[in-house]
Design a protein around this ligand. Structure first.
Ligand SMILES: Cc1cc2nc3c(=O)[nH]c(=O)nc-3n(C[C@H](O)[C@H](O)[C@H](O)COP(=O)(O)OP(=O)(O)OC[C@H]3O[C@@H](n4cnc5c(N)ncnc54)[C@H](O)[C@@H]3O)c2cc1C
Length: 423
């Protein structure tokens, strides 16, 4: 069966970036439809740090109060060189209404955004997979399969996802917030080039009695970068970078896997957590109580060659990927969605020209090229201490900020932005 419908904007993907885009459009009076092939929002923390600039954007949607109530506030980023504390960033020195980060599970942020959309009459269409996108001059046709679980099997009953029906939706614009395997990016024919080496992290979330106060701890050792985040409810997350780089299949295939959505991640044992703490952060005195999450995650570094064209636009992981330490992917994704929603509303409501989107592509490409150290990077000023000079290139993806805030924070440890020719 095939059904037809119309929307002003179809947002593909109901991760944090898709939900944020949809709510920003809805608040500007633009009709949206949000579809996602999964059956619900994220079940875990994933990206967990909301930067000061993102708090401002969330405040504009009227949701910051709920976020502050649910999250753990972080004022300070402490750096360790091996076992020694060597420097810190004070977020309180940033300008603006929210000079701190809020740490909370990605699932909590997504839940908040989804509930607000629902209050405005927008139901996320879960179990809807976009299979084809046909851009035209005045509109885009999106083919969507509505998925349903079907019981099958004979001797042993199993369930699988089948297409219950196919919908054809016409929209003035399509936003691809559909993550790293983006169908929108593939329709655009945009490259998704690697910009650096992949990294694997062993990630553990557990209950602890450690007093983590309002600090995030970033620990550099000989080769690796490691990070400790406090979480609400007496929990924390340690992410330890693997020395051998991204996990290779021959190692992981023999290990248990943790299924998350339609992906599987290798399981890491709790014994390894104690060993990693002992060898890389002996100062961490907290007890390891119940472990909620223990798995290995690989993070690529990639940047799309194009953020969009005409009526198809990307935001979030569909356009870029980086390491997890500074939370830059999610937070830059939120900035992109706010900016894109403003431009789309300008075109749909105030007759702004289609060309006003060109600048979206250029502005965020340029910002990511800096974040990924493709156009310049951080260099030590004469105020930088030896540890910061030595770790300079590793520090850039660890700073929990993007744009001007990132350079203001880097200046606190004597690092400054230099163009490519001066590196
Ligand atoms: C296990 C794990 C751990 C992580 N840890 C960290 C961390 O510590 N720090 C950090 O900064 N980041 C971390 N991340 C990354 C972070 O979660 C992402 O940067 C963030 O989710 C990006 O948001 P997004 O909305 O752009 O994309 P996503 O959250 O990936 O959402 C994309 C959505 O699009 C949907 N979709 C895709 N294709 C289609 C289609 N054809 N039709 C319909 N729907 C579709 C997907 O189902 C998905 O819900 C982690 C990610 C994972 C998976």
């Amino acid at each position: 069966m095939s059904l037809r419908s119309k929307s002003e904007v179809v947002v593909i993907g109901a991760g944090p970036v898709g939900l944020f885009t949809a709510l920003s459009l809805e608040n500007r009076g633009v009709g949206v439809q949000v579809v996602d092939e999964e059956f619900r929002t994220a079940a875990h923390s994933y990206a967990l740090a909301i930067h000061p600039q993102s708090l401002k954007l969330i405040d504009e949607l009227g949701l910051v109060g709920d976020l502050l109530a649910q999250g753990h506030r972080v004022d300070t980023v402490a750096f360790y060189n091996g076992p020694d504390r060597c420097g810190e960033l004070k977020l309180a020195k940033l300008e603006g209404g929210f000079p701190y980060m809020i740490v909370l599970p990605q699932s909590a942020l997504e839940g908040l955004l989804e509930r607000q959309l629902l209050a405005k009459g927008v139901n996320v269409r879960w179990n809807h997979r976009v299979t084809r996108i046909a851009p035209g001059t005045d509109c885009v046709t999106v083919e969507i399969d509505k998925l349903a679980r079907a019981s099958c099997g004979y001797a042993v009953a199993t369930t699988e996802w089948i297409t219950e029906k196919t919908l054809n939706t016409e929209a003035a614009f399509v936003v691809g917030a559909d993550g790293h395997r983006s169908v929108v990016r593939r329709t655009l024919g945009a490259e998704y080039a690697r910009t650096g080496e992949s990294e694997s992290f062993a990630v553990f979330e557990f209950h602890t009695d450690a007093d983590l106060a309002e600090e995030t701890h970033i620990v550099f050792d000989r080769q690796t970068t490691n990070v400790l985040w406090p979480l609400p409810g007496g929990r924390c997350r340690w992410s330890f970078q693997r020395e051998h780089g991204a996990s290779d299949d021959s190692r992981t295939k023999r290990r248990l896997a943790v299924p998350i959505g339609r992906q599987a991640f290798p399981h890491v044992s709790g014994d390894e957590l104690s060993e990693l703490i002992h060898s890389r952060a002996p100062w961490f005195g907290g007890k390891i109580k119940q472990i909620d999450w223990a798995m290995e995650v690989r993070f690529d570094r990639r940047l799309a060659g194009l953020y969009g064209r005409d009526r198809l636009w990307l935001a979030g992981d569909s356009a870029h990927l980086t390491g997890p330490v500074g939370g830059q992917s999610l937070n830059m994704g939120l900035r992109e969605s706010a900016d894109l929603a403003r431009r789309l509303a300008g075109i749909l409501r105030e007759a702004a020209p289609l060309s006003s989107l060109t600048d979206y592509n250029e502005q965020f490409q340029a910002q990511w090229r800096k974040l990924l150290a493709l156009d310049g990077g951080l260099v030590p000023s004469d105020r930088a201490e030896p540890w910061a000079c030595e770790r300079c290139t590793k520090i850039l993806p660890c700073i929990p900020a993007t744009g001007d805030d990132l350079y203001r924070l880097a200046a606190q440890i004597g690092l400054e932005l230099a163009p490519r020719g001066k590196l």
